[in-house]
Design a protein around this ligand. Structure first.
Ligand code: SAM
Length: 274
């Protein structure tokens, strides 16, 4: 059977180069307690308002205190095309205070180590609760039920194992020509080199759409189905020939003319075990 390939030029979506999310109303999403820059909040809210069609679900993998879920919910609340909004945003998180973050965020600081943070998530998002489905606990113990996913926000791929799990769990459910992946840590200096390696290996399936000027969020569009077999091949390949993968990823970012991504790829790959 021939594979379905949808070249991006045939897809009718906004011209992302106009960066219209910059005009999204900020006060309410700006008040959310979150680890997100203003433009990251705006791009999520604007996408849920202006682009989301309702054909697939919205996955918020790495919810923290509910900031990213709140931005998607704010946009979805304003979206006049989508009728069925109940439970469409799926938030995954440990929802536990950990030592990984020393932050000025007051409700986080008020918690003791190991204490649940789920009450903060619910308190922040109480007016939007009907749009949310919440899955507390380790995401690696979770499976997805096979529903289509239209927006996938990945902010918990903090280890290679977590990233592998999220790829297996979610990517086969993306809709070619319609789904967007928001990689939260893609364009900041981090040690998460597996993000760039796997996205390079998936370059025929996920094309770069936009990167925020401040923060790390980089948005990709699914242009070709991603089968479990393809994901297993990517997982098996990601640590083989790492220098070749790095060179390919840099070359691809150079073609995009994106200095910020080039810098992020170099920084992350410098942390790779030698
Ligand atoms: C940078 S924070 C997310 C920020 C969030 N998107 C926001 O809007 O503020 C990363 C999150 O990943 C979560 N996380 C890390 N490992 C996880 C795991 N194994 N299962 C579920 N969540 C996990 C952490 O609990 C943390 O809240």
């Amino acid at each position: 059977m021939r594979k379905l390939v949808l070249p991006s030029k045939n897809i009718t979506t906004p011209n992302f180069q106009e960066r219209l999310w910059g005009r999204y109303r900020y006060e309410e999403i700006g008040a959310l307690q979150a680890l997100l820059h203003p433009e990251e909040r705006k791009i999520m809210a604007w996408m849920a308002d202006q682009v989301y069609s309702g054909e697939g679900e919205i996955v918020d993998a790495g919810a923290f205190l509910g900031g990213s879920a709140g931005c998607f919910a704010h946009g979805l609340g304003r979206n006049t095309r989508v009728i069925r909004k109940d439970g469409r945003i799926h938030s995954y998180d440990l929802f536990r205070k950990g030592s990984w973050l020393q932050s000025a965020i007051a409700p986080w600081n008020a918690k003791k180590s190991g204490q649940s943070t789920l009450d903060v998530y619910h308190d922040q998002l109480n007016t939007m609760a009907h749009m949310l489905s919440v899955y507390p606990g380790d995401i690696t113990k979770r499976t997805w039920d096979g529903r289509k996913i239209e927006f996938l926000m990945l902010d918990c791929s903090k280890t290679q194992g977590l990233n592998d799990h999220c790829m297996r769990m979610f990517l086969p459910n993306l809709i070619p020509g319609k789904s967007f992946l928001f990689h939260q840590d893609y364009a900041i200096d981090s040690a998460l080199y597996w993000l760039h390696s796997t996205m390079y290996l998936l370059r025929e399936h996920l094309e770069h759409v936009a990167t925020v000027k401040f923060g790390g969020t980089t948005m990709f569009r699914c242009i070709k189905p991603i089968t479990p077999k393809i994901i297993e091949a990517v997982i098996a390949q990601q640590n083989k020939n790492p220098d070749q993968i790095l060179a390919g990823a840099i070359k691809q970012a150079e073609l995009l003319g994106d200095e910020k991504i080039i810098k992020a790829i170099r920084a992350a790959h410098s942390c790779r075990p030698k």
